[in-house]
Design a binder for this molecule. Structure first.
Ligand SMILES: NC(=O)c1ccc[n+]([C@@H]2O[C@H](COP(=O)([O-])OP(=O)(O)OC[C@H]3O[C@@H](n4cnc5c(N)ncnc54)[C@H](O)[C@@H]3O)[C@@H](O)[C@H]2O)c1
Length: 350
């Protein structure tokens, strides 16, 4: 593969460690004396490490990079961003390329992590699956649920893993709550709150604020994580009603979403993209006995600091699914359907 080596072989800014030797895609010949084997052969033969590429080095890739570097069954093979300045963030010895077609065409890359703006997810995931890669895609899997259905079918047809990264599932507090739920009947009422100031979460390219690139506003952005948490904790959901408030640019800024659960309970999701501060919480109520309430950010006082452990969980689960066939059923498509249903039902209030 043609690509620029990260010139810095000094200490890695992400993991503060120095690799014993630089890693590079052309090292395959050294690792495998027979030369480069087809990735399918290596997977069949019980590959001990999966070669992974990451596409899009923005705000969220910052949390993936150390999780990928640390994972014992991952070799971070290539990092891609169209912005050459992002090469500075690449761990030592890892190839950097600007053209994502180089990543997709490389037969030695087994899997890719897609951390691109939302409107690019569908095409890149589709091309990656067609190229025989396992795919871990940031949420939302796609903007259009029909595209998500196409990706699901493609993953089934190619036998590759399609994994949507919903990082809040791996939050310590959410995991403890899920554990407590196992010993109780389903709750009568669940309330999920997701409030933040979106501008604080944008990198230099403010694509989030452009509904054409984001696919909407707070519903597709934070709503995707909240829907996944609700599906995970409560099971299948049916949309009852939605109330949306829009900004002047046409992006939904606030939403109240009412859902029914299969266990005859109800759930409410409250989203706010214009909240000064950050508030991510889950509250559960039962007819009998005490309720349960978790603040997902408790103990993580620094901005975004919970993401370090959550993205380690994402990478662990993706590797377990792709390499060992373990892990969960992907909810990426279901979430796109709930997002689309919310936009159809949402009554505009501004
Ligand atoms: N930022 C967060 O807190 C957060 C949290 C959870 C999920 N996500 C999801 O992660 C994804 C990425 O979000 P982000 O905040 O990191 O975005 P970002 O804008 O910070 O990063 C996107 C990167 O992709 C690169 N890029 C764009 N088009 C490209 C192309 N054609 N080829 C190669 N590189 C290209 C950009 O240069 C940029 O570096 C989104 O789907 C988002 O919903 C973000």
């Amino acid at each position: 593969m043609a690509g620029k080596r990260n010139p810095s072989l000094d200490r890695c800014v992400l993991c503060a460690s120095r690799p014993s030797r630089p890693r590079h895609l052309t090292d395959a010949a050294v690792i495998d004396p027979e030369g480069r084997s087809d990735q399918r052969d290596r997977l069949r033969e019980g590959l001990s490490r999966m070669r992974v590429g990451i596409v899009g080095v923005g705000a969220i890739a910052r949390y993936y990079l150390p999780a990928l570097v640390w994972h014992p069954e991952v070799e971070l093979a290539v990092v891609c961003d169209r912005d050459p300045a992002k090469a500075r963030q690449v761990p030592p010895g890892v190839v950097f390329v600007e053209d994502l077609r180089l990543v997709l065409a490389d037969r030695d890359v087994d899997a890719i992590v897609v951390t691109l703006p939302n409107d690019l997810h569908h095409a890149v995931c589709r091309d990656a699956l067609l190229a025989g890669k396992h795919v871990c895609c940031e949420k939302p899997l796609t903007v259009d649920p029909e595209d998500a259905a196409e990706l699901d079918e493609l993953a089934a047809a190619t036998g590759r893993t399609l994994f949507t990264a919903f990082h809040r599932r791996y939050n310590h507090h959410a995991l403890a709550l899920a554990d407590r739920l196992r010993h109780r009947v389903p709750p009568r009422r669940a309330e999920l709150t997701y409030r933040e100031l979106i501008q604080e979460h944008c990198d230099s390219d403010a694509w989030y604020l452009d509904p054409a690139r984001c696919g909407g506003g707070c519903v597709i952005d934070n709503g995707s994580n909240a829907f996944d948490l609700a599906l995970w904790l409560l099971g299948p959901l049916r949309l009852q009603a939605a109330l949306l408030e829009y900004s002047a640019t046409g992006a939904d800024q606030q939403a109240i979403i009412e859902l029914d659960t299969e266990a005859h309970g109800t759930a409410a999701i409250t989203l706010d993209w214009a909240f000064h501060g950050e508030d991510k919480a889950i509250r559960l109520e039962w007819d009998d006995g005490p309720g349960d309430c978790v603040d997902l950010l408790a103990g993580f006082a620094q901005f975004k600091s919970s993401l370090w452990h959550e993205y380690r969980g994402v990478v662990d689960d993706f590797v377990a699914t792709a390499l060992h066939g373990r892990g969960r059923q992907d909810t990426g498509r279901m979430v796109t359907e709930l997002v689309a249903a919310t936009y159809r039902a949402g009554r505009k209030t501004a």
